[in-house]
Design a protein around this ligand. Sequence first.
Ligand code: NAD
Ligand code: GLY
Length: 350
Amino acid sequence: MKTVHVNASVNYDIIIEKGSLNKVGAYASSVFKRGSKAAVITDDTVASLYLDQVVPSLSAAGYTVASYIFPHGEDSKSAETLFRVYDFLIEEQLTRPDFIVALGGGVVGDLAGYAAATYLRGIRFMQVPTTFLAAVDSSVGGKTAINIPAGKNLIGAFWQPSLVVCDTETFKTLPAVTFADGVAETIKYGMIFSAPLFERMEQGNIMPEIDEIIAHCVSIKRDVVEQDEHDNGLRMILNYGHTLGHAIEKVTNHSVTHGQGVAMGMLLIAKLGEKLGYHSSALTQRLEACIRSYGLPTHYEGSVAELGEAVLHDKKRSGSSIRLIFVKEPGSAEIISLDVNQFLRLLREV
Ligand code: NAD
Ligand code: GLY
């Protein structure tokens, strides 16, 4: 078992342990009042696999448990699902001492977290990530959100969980492409903050060390979040590859997953960095080889003009410039402002 402690506006533990799904109730009882209600929010795929471990575990720990299941997929991270979740919480009469359990991947975590942040002006919640991506990234740090037609994560709140319990046994049922989404975020952590982690990812065969790798990633994220919880500076570095990645997700109507978008976004940014003379082609080639070795896409095939348009609607734009994260060598990232027209021109050239 590995535990990483986060000391942010809420102090909480991230517990990474094989088989911990059956202990969710026991771990919850060190944080949430016994006898209160636990509202488990999950998607249909995760429910069919894991709900029957989590619900009895919570009941055995003395909680009254109710569950809400919505269809899996990014399309569910919507206002419609959110309002159905509010209806469910009202029907189940959840009050302030009660809590939400977000059981699933990043879609569940982001949506259930936002419901927790806003229902009754905020109730506590715990994250139980079941995808590699949610384990290394979305379950930690308190960014919660839903998508609206104008863009991804445009409606959201910073709302830290009170506990994160990650059972890496659940990754055994992940489709390979979904596991690879988490790999993209893990490569991101290596690129921005840790050369040894990037080198470990280059070696492949990560499953035997998956708990250690997750602990490493969330320790990096913890260090960033503790310094810049509300994303006013340093935290933006965690969005390496994401500005273009989000744009790719948007223009492809989410047929490209978040992790695939991040993978292609990191490579596009590396190519821009090369054009700007920040680093040699060797870094781009290393990144490309690493991404490809996990079956992630390396090239965006669609219209670059459309992509540029989508990027300009992203939250990172500020007036006539756009802030982007560049990595000059693994482990070292920088935020750089580019003129929008220069950015669009370079994007057409790569
Ligand atoms: P996801 O939640 O859609 O999960 C991917 C698929 O895997 C779903 O179909 C789900 O039902 C299924 N699944 C989940 N666990 C499973 C398991 N153990 N076995 C089999 N199937 C399982 O997607 P994701 O990749 O986990 O998360 C992507 C989302 O996370 C995006 O919306 C992205 O914006 C968000 N995100 C948020 C943050 C943050 O800081 N809040 C960070 C990164 C990504
Ligand atoms: N996933 C980026 C962040 O949490 O800031």
